[in-house]
Ligand binder design. Structure first.
Ligand code: LMR
Length: 394
């Protein structure tokens, strides 16, 4: 029956992560998957999350189905975290299974109602963008994004490409901490881009998986809030995996900013229809934890402080690694660590060197050359710098 089924080639991130787990070498270091580890190399249990869990454990919570759209308090808090207090009446928000679930439900919704549109993703992008939009039936193309010479955004090329797109095409944008490069647009560039999107009648779909990991909660949402302020219709996939360190609970949200409250009601109904066809309704536990934190002034302040400390640790690790690399290979170009931000940087190392890092030194990066700095401990900085310099010079 299943003879014709082809073998899965594996996922460039998740399969590599499984290989890492099976690697018996004790000194191995995993800088592949986008997971934040503390300096003890553990996924942190944030204090605000632990306190919310304790509160939940003390109250009676049976396990009913959530509505298709998810937990109301979670939805309201999720919308406010991304958009601030503005435009609540015209934004349809549903709870989803992480950011990936938001992308998937959004993609299904778009395919149903914009069947002719094409989807454009940055070159490079998170591999699964292509998987999710392609899987929903879209033709997926790329627009220029990364400038290898400056390690920043190839902004002019990006704008020209978007200017040439037909009205109604969908453009996937990383709101902050671009995955995989860590290269972001500045606020002036977002303003310019918003004008092009508006002029051309494009439909932006923001992916914000790292809110709070770049410059701060509001700062990282700048682009989305600015586009919404201009009344540009848009979608957002947001995720709590990283900023609440709640990966396995699959907590995300999909937001659609509409023209007015009536349109929002209609769109909201269609999002729920897409949810029903995918998984009926989202899981409850993680959403309760997050809503408890965000609704409580004290817990929320605690969460923001803890998130700020995570952000600082990532910046610190960047500068420690930069210093080590510069000391060990003077004249080497490691500026990408300085100009990029968030969990990731794009090393530009060729794939043979990435494989050598893994096979010879037990240091795992994904083969695109992306490094997850958020998983590096201070103790790991020196060995990783040594290994990188060795593969670059031998
Ligand atoms: C990553 O990019 O490593 C993370 O977002 C995890 C994933 O699902 O790929």
């Amino acid at each position: 029956m299943f003879q014709h089924v082809e073998a899965f080639a594996g996922d460039p991130i998740l399969t590599l992560n499984e290989q890492f787990a099976a690697d018996p070498r004790p000194a191995k270091i995993n800088l592949s998957i986008g997971v934040y580890l503390n300096d003890e190399q553990r996924i942190p249990l944030m204090g605000a999350v632990a306190a919310a869990e304790e509160r939940l454990a003390q109250s009676f919570h049976p396990h009913p189905y959530l509505p298709m759209a998810g937990l109301p308090a979670y939805r309201a808090q999720s919308r406010a975290l991304v958009f601030g207090d503005a435009h609540a009446e015209r934004i349809a928000t549903i709870q989803t299974l992480g950011g990936s679930g938001a992308l998937k439900v959004g993609a299904d919704f778009l395919k149903a109602w914009f069947p002719q549109a094409r989807v454009w993703v940055s070159d490079p992008t998170w591999d699964n963008h292509k998987g999710i939009f392609g899987g929903a039936g879209f033709e997926v193309g790329t627009y220029p994004y990364y400038d290898r010479a400056t390690h920043g955004v190839a902004f002019d090329a990006m704008l020209s490409a978007l200017r040439a797109l037909p009205a109604g095409d969908i453009v996937v944008l990383h709101a902050c901490c671009h995955n995989p490069t860590g290269a972001d647009l500045n606020q002036q560039q977002w303003r310019e881009l918003a004008l092009v999107v508006q002029e051309r009648g494009l439909l932006p779909f923001f992916d914000i998986a790292y809110q709070g990991f770049g410059d701060g909660i509001a700062e990282d949402a700048f682009a989305i809030r600015h586009f919404a302020q201009l009344n540009i219709p848009l979608l957002v996939a947001s995720s709590y995996s990283k900023n609440f360190a709640i990966y396995g609970e699959r907590c995300g949200a999909l937001h659609v900013s509409c023209k007015d409250a009536a349109e929002m009601q209609t769109v909201s109904g269609q999002l729920q229809s897409a949810v029903r066809k995918n998984y009926s309704s989202p899981p409850a536990y993680g959403a309760r934890v997050i809503a408890t934190v965000l609704e409580d002034q004290q817990l929320r302040a605690q969460w923001e402080a803890e998130l700020g400390a995570m952000r600082q640790r990532m910046k610190q690790i960047r500068s420690e690694l930069l210093a080590q690399l510069q000391a060990q290979l003077p004249g080497g170009d490691f500026d990408y660590l300085r100009v990029q931000q968030g969990m990731f940087s794009f090393t530009g190392l060729p794939v043979e060197q990435i494989r050598k890092l893994r096979d010879v030194h037990g240091v795992y990066l994904i083969e695109s050359g992306r490094v997850c700095l958020a998983a590096l401990s201070s103790a790991g900085v020196a060995p990783v710098a040594r290994a990188m310099v060795q593969v670059m010079t031998v």
